[in-house]
Design a protein around this ligand. Sequence first.
Ligand code: MN
Length: 322
Amino acid sequence: MEELTTREQEDERMVNEAFEHLIDTYLHSHHRKHVEIIRKAFNFAKQAHKGVRRLSGEPYIMHPIAVAQIACENIGLGSTGICSALLHDVVEDTDYTVEDISNLFGPKIAQIVDGLTKISGGIFGNQASAQAESFKKLLLTMSDDIRVILVKISDRLHNMRTLGSQLPNKQYKIAGETLYIYAPIAHRLGLNKVKEELEDLSFRYEHPEEYENLKNKLREMQGSLQDIFDQFTQPIRERLDSVGLKYEIKARIKSPYSIWTKMQVKHIPFEEIYDLYAVRIIFEGTPDAPERERQNAYLIFAIITSLYKFQPGRTRDWIRQP
Ligand code: MN
């Protein structure tokens, strides 16, 4: 009895901490501060899922909180999206109905939760054609309210992050579905970081050895990355400053999944992947003077190629050929 109480207290503390972190993230966003309705959705969902645990052993409510956290932090949704995320499994997993949600939170949130409930089963599996049908419906309602698919993607990302507690055959199925359906949709919606994480997590479960192998190779390189970046960009920065451009330089490292894909498609070993690092220069544009913007883009190109040798065969001009 004693032990149980301690566990409940610990759960309570963990749940509240996760929720306060969500509120904190929301308050730091540019959205209006509709904290009250978010608290209401949290308390309602917590009570609705009471006593239920996920396979990981955590109280179920940790999942909707995590989904709402992704929807807020990674996708930038506001209070309606956050509430829908907190409530997304209530109709599916408890006795409450869409009507209950509508009465308590209004028709908009109810409509989004309804959309999410309709596509909850997955896309493949034993009812493959029925699921494909409901997924088609989902894609068609994307123009109605894009938040349905955005919360669904958040849901999938959290399920992928916690995929380790599922049985292996389920892991495989969910990973495949993620790679073929959710990652491309995330990509189309411009959610590049989310897309990349979905792909890498799928890859990790579909090809664990290759994933570990690449991850280790990338980890070894990580240390030298900052030095290489600083050395490479220093002279570029000097020249860009001297011509008075406003800009930002970002470094990125290729993701394990995209390295692996390239190795497969081109039949080449890791050592022959030459774009492991990429550097992006983003300059402040002049939308009212497109010609000057073009000139500035070519000016930057001229500066870089005066410092570094460029390879004509590996250069693409997205300005002349958009
Ligand atoms: Mn869910």
